[in-house]
Write a protein that binds this ligand. Sequence first.
Ligand code: 6PG
Length: 269
Amino acid sequence: MSSEAPAPSKKATEPILYGFPSTDDLSQALANFVLAAQDEALKKQATFKIAISGGSLPKVLGKNLIGRSDVPWDKWEVFFADERVVPLDHEESNFRLNDENLFTHVPIPRQNIHVIDTSKLDDPEAVADDYEKQLVASFVGSSSIAFPRFDLVLLGIGPDGHTCSLFPGHPLLNEMDGWVAWLDDSPKPPPTRITLTYPVLNHAHRVAFVSSGESKQEIMEKVLDHPEEGLPASRVKVISPGRVYFFSDEAALGRVKYERTKFEDSSKL
Ligand SMILES: O=C(O)[C@H](O)[C@@H](O)[C@H](O)[C@H](O)COP(=O)(O)O
């Protein structure tokens, strides 16, 4: 049985799980959460730095962010938590997916959306190096030099427990130095991708996993109730005072015993 408790009942290192009756409730709460993270970031700095994945996330994200009033979109700086090494207009591109679901509907300046260098598509290492340079250029001067500190990273969870393009058993799970890594053997097509590494995820102020639908029940149970299995999503352990959050609909949480936290007002972030 699930239970709901206020956030303070959880240890600072434990993920917060928000469960919602429907995907639309999830989507609305996620929009509030993102905007609260944005407000907090803009109190301290000139831009809100967010990294976003692909999969089903962009649709859930865009649905309730588009049309929000008074969003300082010109202060958003967007990176991709992972990207497929394909042209930007390719149907497999995470840029394209996010573009269709969010960017084309809101006035984020195009130069603030950091895309892969498509002149290097036949050399994924060069694509990863270039993307890392884009991060360096954006984050240099911030308090953390060893690793960038995103204000918010939004991730999905695959049926095998992968997140970003960090797949179970893959050597990239052990990459602890670089900021951006590449692979050409992704078990989820397309095979050639770049991804943020664990240290980058773990230095973020917040990482939020978004998952919905019954097909996620088995993997959500493993990730939340059995983190000792060490699936890629369970290995995201954000350094305190940063925090990991899960936003799921109850359809995805059908088997999950992990304690739910009531999502109240994200302005209290
Ligand atoms: O580009 C990708 O493939 C994604 O970034 C990947 O990590 C995705 O988030 C998960 O596979 C979950 O995808 P779904 O939400 O579609 O299940």
